[in-house]
Design a protein around this ligand. Structure first.
Ligand SMILES: Cc1cc2nc3c(=O)[nH]c(=O)nc-3n(C[C@H](O)[C@H](O)[C@H](O)COP(=O)(O)OP(=O)(O)OC[C@H]3O[C@@H](n4cnc5c(N)ncnc54)[C@H](O)[C@@H]3O)c2cc1C
Length: 437
């Protein structure tokens, strides 16, 4: 156990920061959170709510080594790079391509699987520990393919999941209809009976925050601008409101999602973090109900019934943290959903854009800074942050308490990344995410 630490300051109250803070509260530590926005209002607010227990598939697959340039530049395609952001995205893209090589995909998949396999178990442990009602529904999830070619294109990912022991059922059109009567004509479906889902990701965050508050956590409504380091330790956090929060006897955990890069650099961690922006639309009175999240694969979005509304959430846009949302991407999901679910009534909907915190190799960065003894990072969860929140909380608690980790942490350790001197790089990204229209 790191005996010197009895207080922690967690930067960020998304699903990751909240899970970290709660785990440490349960260990008897004093916990403070810093965030300028209410809990669960970043990427953790508007996602698809899928607890993807068998998602051992990285974003980069071997097929992308050859196919990437074409589909990346189709501006209204499900995956796109904004031309004006291309040069800034280049370092990320340059690291993304080697991560698509078959042997790397295999390694990344094994590492992801080492975390996703504990995803539900760790949430259950957390809920039981906190005496909270389990917010997670055991619904399974369904992925739909509309042409033989698209189903063929999914084979590499299916084989990869199978090599990780995933429970997968391949369904024909009739079986898909039986499972999800609202779906229109399909070629094939892939059913994951062990997946789970959330009725409201934001409500889960709020409930975790409420429980943290009841356990004595303090919430500072402020932006962390930079972390001061002296003598190999982080000593203070300079906040946007001018406060200089002292860290004597405390550890700091950077869990600011897609905005973590500058803060992590302050404590010596050079994380190649960018954002894959995603969108959602939430359709009121949709006239259909889905029993589980359904992936409309050619649109790259999940459709889920959440609190009576239909949420369409997904797509990938590489355009950084500062550009205005391109709402055409959200509207395109509605158009595609009308054909995927013929009974859908879409007359009124809200739109949202959020920032996935993404690293090129799809592995979150979790653990101690190699250079600053009382600093930890927990970011880069990309497409899987809701799934991996509770496991991440446990891994960070293990690291701070000096316990044997529940799994091999080395693939996620910040020290595997190139590190450099603290305080050379300044935080670059003010939090502006969660734009709504
Ligand atoms: C469209 C879409 C669909 C998705 N679907 C799924 C899914 O089905 N399943 C899944 O597992 N994952 C999904 N994800 C990914 C998931 O939402 C993210 O990985 C996860 O929410 C990241 O959590 P986080 O806590 O790291 O970041 P966030 O939720 O973004 O939280 C970061 C927090 O840090 C705060 N912050 C930022 N800068 C500062 C600062 N300087 N000082 C203080 N606080 C700061 C922000 O205000 C925010 O509250 C999806 C994402 C998107 C966009």
């Amino acid at each position: 156990m790191n005996a010197a630490v009895n207080r922690v300051v967690v930067i960020g109250t998304g699903i990751v920061g909240l899970n970290v803070g709660l785990r440490l509260l349960r260990e008897g530590m004093r916990v403070e959170f810093i965030d300028p926005r209410p809990p669960g209002s970043g990427a953790s607010y508007g996602n698809a709510g899928v607890i993807a227990v068998e998602a051992a598939v990285p974003s980069g697959m071997p097929s992308m080594l050859f196919g990437a340039p074409g589909f990346l530049f189709r501006q209204q395609g499900p995956i796109a790079v904004k031309p004006a952001y291309f040069l800034q995205a280049l370092p990320w893209l340059v690291r993304f391509l080697p991560a698509c090589r078959p042997h790397r995909v295999e390694q990344i998949s094994a590492a992801l699987h080492s975390m996703t396999r504990f995803a539900l178990e760790e949430y259950e442990r957390l809920f039981a520990d906190l005496g909270l009602k389990d917010d997670i529904r055991r619904t399974g999830a369904l992925m739909l393919y509309y042409t033989p070619a698209s189903f063929q294109g999914a084979q590499a990912a299916i084989q990869l999941r199978r090599r990780r022991g995933a429970n997968i059922e391949i369904l024909g059109e009739k079986e898909v209809q039986d499972l999800e009567p609202a779906s229109g004509p399909v070629c094939r479906g892939i059913y994951f009976p062990d997946y789970a889902s959330l009725d409201s990701p934001q409500r889960l965050c709020q409930r975790l925050a409420d429980r943290a508050s009841a356990l004595g956590a303090v919430f500072h409504e402020a932006e962390a601008r930079s972390i001061g380091v002296a003598g190999g330790r982080s000593v203070s956090i300079l906040c946007g409101d001018g406060r200089d929060l002292q860290l004597k006897g405390a550890a700091v955990i950077i869990a600011a999602g897609a905005h973590s890069r500058g803060l992590a650099a302050d404590v010596g961690c050079d994380i190649p973090l960018d954002t894959e922006r995603g969108y959602h639309v939430e359709i009121a009175n949709p006239n259909i109900t889905l029993g589980r999240p359904v992936l409309v694969s050619d649109g790259a979005f999940f459709a889920s019934t959440m609190q009576g509304r239909l949420r369409l959430a997904g797509t990938v846009e590489i355009a950084g943290l500062k550009r205005e949302p391109d709402w055409r991407r959200a509207d395109a999901m509605v158009e595609r959903a009308k054909t995927a679910f013929p009974g859908l009534r879409a007359t009124e909907w809200t739109r949202w854009m959020g920032f996935r915190p993404s690293v090129p190799h799809s592995l979150p960065v979790i653990g101690a800074s190699p250079l600053v003894s009382n600093a930890y990072v927990a970011c880069g969860h990309g497409h899987l942050g809701m799934t991996l929140g509770a496991v991440t909380g446990t891994l960070i608690a293990d690291a701070i308490l000096g316990r044997d980790p529940m799994l091999d942490q080395s693939p996620f350790a910040p020290r595997r990344l190139r590190s450099f001197n603290p305080r050379i790089h300044r935080p670059a990204h003010p939090p502006t995410e969660g734009a709504q229209a």
